[in-house]
Design a protein around this ligand. Structure first.
Ligand SMILES: C[S@@+](CC[C@H](N)C(=O)[O-])C[C@H]1O[C@@H](n2cnc3c(N)ncnc32)[C@H](O)[C@@H]1O
Length: 293
């Protein structure tokens, strides 16, 4: 067990070293990074609320984009046993963050890297934290949707990732914010990366619905809300209340016949396959769907 833990720690250190190398390579000969915001550290009370909202667990990898003195990643490692790294383009802050991590005894589980946050590879994250300018957080949305795995939580301090509709919001009044933004008002927004669902799916439905395959079609609107429709037995039928939370899927199919019940679908999206159960008149039956190429 101890040697397994040692091996995992070593692997993590090698991955962090490689991340640093990639940054160093991409930093050379590239254009100036976009200024995503000046250095304004998140007050400690708000750091605690951000980590609470992110529901950090010991096996999470937390990335703070524009990491300043490292306080978010260091607190996640110290208080929850998580691992993590941060990136900042101010070299002095990167040094300060790495020194702080050593002082707090979490130097082995954290790392701060000098680089441009827009070029950082985010693939290993389970949690992203942000305290950046409103115009910047908006620009990061396509990168998040492209690189982050379904279920990854994002917590943004004060600025929403518009037009993406947040999954949860927490409002506070903190005196510590008055000298930063002129008001005590503090808003934390939480988002969860959804599994990819856009496209046409061939659906195997319970026999109580139909014998042949059906088709579900999904498309996200700019707020990332999923719209959908079904074709069953040659008839177009509306799919409502579609929710994709990480890999979890749910929707309701409108009544197939007048006076019939709506059918509640639940499932798990695993890449190009969805499997789950459909509830028809209180009875659960399996269903599945495959993305059409
Ligand atoms: C408002 S501070 C937040 C610091 C820390 N995340 C916190 O909440 O305490 C924003 C940080 O982003 C950094 N930053 C701004 N633009 C950046 C960029 N393009 N790449 C990397 N860091 C950047 C700044 O140097 C600054 O430290």
């Amino acid at each position: 067990m101890a040697s397994l833990m040692k091996c995992r720690r070593r692997l993590w250190q090698v991955r962090l070293a490689l991340t640093g190398l990639v940054f160093a390579m991409s930093a050379s000969g590239q254009t100036e990074p976009i200024d995503a915001g000046p250095y304004v550290p998140t007050p400690t009370v708000i750091v605690a609320e951000m980590l609470k909202l992110a529901e950090i667990k010991a096996n999470d990898v937390v990335i703070d984009l524009g990491s300043g003195d490292g306080r978010l990643v260091i607190a996640a490692a110290k208080q929850f046993g998580a691992r993590g790294w941060g990136v900042d383009y101010q070299e002095s802050l990167v040094k300060l963050a790495n020194d702080n991590a050593q002082k707090e005894g979490v130097g082995e589980r954290t790392k701060f890297i000098h680089g441009d946050l827009f070029k950082a590879s985010l693939k290993d994250a389970n949690v992203i934290t942000l305290y950046l300018m409103p115009a910047t957080v908006v620009k990061l949305v396509p990168k998040f949707l492209e690189e982050l795995r379904p279920g990854t939580r994002i917590v943004s301090h004060d600025y929403p990732l518009a037009p993406w509709q947040h999954e949860r919001v927490a409002n506070f009044d903190f005196e510590e914010k008055v000298k930063i933004s002129g008001t005590a008002r503090t808003v934390l927004y939480r988002y969860i990366i959804p599994a990819k669902i856009d496209g046409d799916w061939v659906v195997n439905l319970p026999q109580a619905i139909t014998r042949g395959p059906g088709r579900f079609s999904f498309k996200r609107d700019p707020a990332l809300k999923v719209r959908g429709a079904a074709v069953i037995g040659g008839r177009s039928i509306a799919l409502d209340d579609i929710e994709v939370r990480g890999e979890a899927f749910s929707a309701r199919l409108q009544e197939l016949k007048p006076g019939g019940e709506r059918i509640a679908f639940r499932g798990v999206i695993a890449g190009e396959v969805i499997t789950g159960t459909a509830e028809i008149a209180g009875k659960l039956s399996p269903w599945s769907a495959t993305l059409r190429q």
